[in-house]
Design a protein around this ligand. Structure first.
Ligand SMILES: [Zn+2]
Length: 424
């Protein structure tokens, strides 16, 4: 009988404002030199879970929120994912007992800024056999977005690690309020690749290597961005700098690599990745220009030459009405509606007045002002076409010869007129 292993992922840290913080990668564990991704075996769905009575008593609408979270993940096409509630029970608690539970964490993380935790148990082959979610009472008392938190923890239950894409559900920070959670392309592609009903999974596989001054770069975030500036899929490079992006839908992409040097850091990942030494390197595109990819094909030799080092490191973004000076930047995605005109600001390290600028590589964004600089940020006004499709967008920052990305910094929502038909 193989030993059962345990993996705990602390999650959903508080949203911090103006404090330096820092793909959806799969949860993995390192066994005899091999990195093994964890996943539920075929036939595991629906994943049945019991809700402890204290959850139902503490979180308004808890059962409905959990149900909705399960449906958000189950809506990913070509998978058999499903969750099923076994109802509210007394005395459900986290711990290996053969049942998946949702329980309160009882201030377990007091002072650590964690507000939720998921623990997965799996065997030597990475097959998950049980998962438990714990929610800290401060998630409720602090007004955090419980739907987003639940969706995030369900992503862990399914075997996802954190993502450096700010707009993804697997980004390790959650804000306040009650906006509906929306899975990002990065979340969907990671799950689609792991649980596709089709073998091999639908979509293309993009493979290559990220290298710098000292050879292959470990734990670089590799991003496939489409012609609308959307970060469609991400992956992390291994110890030799090699990466593989499976399940990428057909389309036209550019591939870039960026360092995990904040706001998302290797410390936000589990296990093996934390051993990566973070190096600073310029965000660069793979050689060869845009790549047209088709489902079912493998594209190799996508090499990213990231030699050199940078000081430039964008970390925060914000949007405010043009003409006001109500500036607020944070390491969280900025939501904006198609059909609006808005001032965008980007801040971080290495910003230089008169030199640092940024670009939103989406054809619906038009810059309508000059750039303006403050101590550690730059801003400009943009009009966003009403026809701009919903989805997340990267922001590319330039300063002299240096370049850096803030991946998924923006999320476009449909224009307010059509808000009622928002697809979830
Ligand atoms: Zn998490």
């Amino acid at each position: 009988m193989s030993p059962i292993r345990k993996l705990s992922i602390t999650a959903a840290v508080l949203a911090l404002v103006s404090v330096p913080l820092f793909g959806a990668a799969r949860l993995t564990y390192f066994n005899n030199g091999t990195l093994i991704p964890v996943a539920w075996p075929d036939g595991s769905f629906p994943i049945r879970y019991s809700i402890d009575r204290r959850v139902a008593d503490t979180i308004p609408q808890a059962a409905a929120i959990l149900d909705r979270g399960g449906k958000d993940w189950a809506a990913i096409p070509d998978t058999s994912i499903g969750f099923q509630s076994l109802g509210v029970v007394d005395g459900a608690s986290a711990g290996k007992d053969g049942r998946n539970t949702i329980s309160m964490a009882d201030d377990l993380f007091a002072g650590q800024k964690f507000i939720a935790l998921t623990t997965n148990w799996y065997d030597d082959n990475g097959r998950i056999i049980e998962a438990d979610m714990q929610i800290d009472p401060t998630a409720v008392s602090g007004g955090y977005n419980i739907q987003q938190l639940v969706d995030h923890e369900m992503g862990h239950i399914l075997g996802l690690d954190h993502s450096a894409v700010l707009s993804s559900v697997m980004y390790p920070y959650v804000g306040t309020g009650n906006n509906p959670a929306a899975l990002d392309s990065d979340d969907r592609v990671a799950i689609g690749a792991a649980y596709s009903r089709n073998k091999p999974a639908t979509g293309a596989t993009l493979e290559g290597r990220v290298y710098g001054d000292d050879g292959g770069i470990f734990a670089a975030q590799v991003v496939a961005v489409n012609d609308k500036g959307e970060p469609v899929a991400t992956a992390l490079s291994d110890k030799n700098g090699n990466f593989s992006l499976p399940g990428v839908p057909s389309g036209t992409y550019r591939i870039y690599a960026e360092p995990l040097d904040g706001p998302f850091a290797v410390q936000n990942l589990s296990g093996f990745w934390q051993s990566a030494k973070v190096t600073s390197f310029p965000t660069q595109y793979a050689e060869g220009g845009p790549l047209r990819v088709e489902n079912g094909r493998i594209y190799g030799n996508l090499n990213v030459n990231s030699a050199g080092s940078v000081r430039l490191n964008p970390k925060w973004i914000g949007a405010w009405a043009a003409g006001t000076d109500n500036v607020s930047l944070q390491a969280m995605p900025t939501m904006l509606h198609a059909g609006t005109t808005i001032t965008l600001g980007v801040g971080g390290d290495g910003f230089t007045s008169g030199m640092t600028t940024f670009d939103v590589p989406n054809p619906g964004f038009h810059r309508t002002s000059d750039f303006k600089w403050s101590s550690n940020y730059v801003c400009a006004t943009f009009s966003v076409d009403a026809s701009t499709p919903a989805g997340s967008v990267v922001v590319m920052v330039k300063s002299g010869n240096e370049s850096a990305a803030l991946t998924g910094a923006l999320r476009v929502e449909p224009s307010t007129r059509s808000r009622g038909v928002r697809k979830l």
